[in-house]
Ligand binder design. Structure first.
Ligand code: CTP
Length: 319
């Protein structure tokens, strides 16, 4: 019960199958799609056995004291000191406590969004989740602007804000965060060593500029719990991508989840090139073993869930 019904052989050969561009198993129709509310409830219940998104979405102030030393979640040999700034930005209670929504959008960053004209539809949802501080204003017609919850890997500081090397990078960042008002800014700060300086700089800028954004830092158990849930459902994910993490968390808060911008393939079903990100020129090797993610396998799973009415996946035009 509640299994995703992906047969073992299908999972094992999925990467190969996906290589066949235009393979019909990736086709999904949005016409006639209907929510399967009992399946939604069953999935929520099953995920709750592994994690409670209300709690695991963020550690809270009482979890730590300044000066505490913790082990990185994916690199247990290395440690991080909980700084005064970090501690002061931990929420008192979960920023998602008692929050429930009829419909939510989880917006991935694939170039499939370009020319989709999905902006209005995305913004019409009660709660909009976005990933990695993706820019929206210049792409509003295709991606919308509403951002109630937005993730930010520490690497974004380097990738999109010049490592805060000069004042204009820092200003650009502060402007971006000011646009978020009191949305949740979700920073996975405890995953691996490497981004701690970036997290500290981000924290310092938020405090210095008195930004209203509500910071959240995922619990130390979240990623293992999410991975555990998918593994028990025969989806062997090395490390869930941010997009899959967000869908998994959203099942707790949202009755109807709509996904946009999920398309981890270099071409669309008509053979037309698709950018990895809608907003930059990052190249990504979708099938590389070096990547920590298995996005094509994740996509296949989400597609199965779409066809069963558990979520709605949009990869085409919205009008
Ligand atoms: N995504 C997708 N197809 C793409 C790009 C992204 O399906 N071509 C989804 C993935 O679920 C991804 C999410 O959109 O996690 C956000 O994209 P991005 O910011 O590019 O994530 P990455 O930084 O590549 O990966 P992560 O944050 O998951 O480590």
């Amino acid at each position: 019960e509640g299994e995703l019904c992906l047969s073992r052989s299908l999972v094992n050969s999925s990467d190969k199958i996906i290589r066949k561009a235009g393979s019909s198993i990736f086709q999904h129709s949005v016409e006639g799609w209907k929510i399967n509310s009992s399946l939604v409830l069953e999935i929520r219940k099953n995920i709750l056995r592994f994690l409670d998104a209300e709690r695991d979405v963020s550690v809270v102030k009482s979890s730590f004291k300044p000066g505490d030393v913790i082990h990185y979640v994916l690199d247990r040999r290395r440690t991080l000191n909980i700084s005064q700034d970090l501690h002061s930005l931990l929420p008192e209670v979960s920023p998602m406590k008692n929050r429930r929504f009829k419909t939510c959008a989880v917006v991935g960053n694939s170039g499939i969004l370009l020319d989709s004209e999905c902006g209005k539809e995305i913004d019409s949802h009660n709660f909009v989740i976005r990933c990695n501080l993706a820019p929206v204003v210049e792409f509003a017609a295709d991606v919308g602007t509403k951002s109630d919850f937005i993730t930010m890997n520490p690497s974004v500081v380097q990738r999109a804000f010049g490592g805060f090397r000069n004042e204009s990078d820092r200003e650009k960042f502060v402007r971006r965060l000011s646009m978020l008002n009191d949305s949740v800014l979700w920073i996975p700060a405890f995953m691996v060593k490497g981004g701690e300086k970036h997290v500290e700089w981000v924290n310092a800028l938020i405090l210095k500029n008195k930004l209203k954004v509500r910071t959240a830092y995922p619990s130390l158990r979240l990623i293992h719990a999410v991975r555990g849930y998918w593994l028990t459902n025969k989806v062997p994910i090395k490390r869930p991508s941010t997009g899959l993490l967000m869908y998994t968390l959203a099942t707790r808060f949202c009755d109807e989840i709509h996904l946009y911008g999920f398309w981890p393939f270099p071409k669309d079903l008509n053979g037309k090139a698709v950018k990895y990100h809608y907003y930059d020129d990052l190249k990504y090797r979708y099938f590389s073993n070096a990547s920590p993610h298995r996005m094509p396998l994740e996509f296949k799973t989400l597609n199965v869930l779409h066809n069963r009415g558990a979520l709605k996946l949009t990869t085409g035009k919205c009008v």
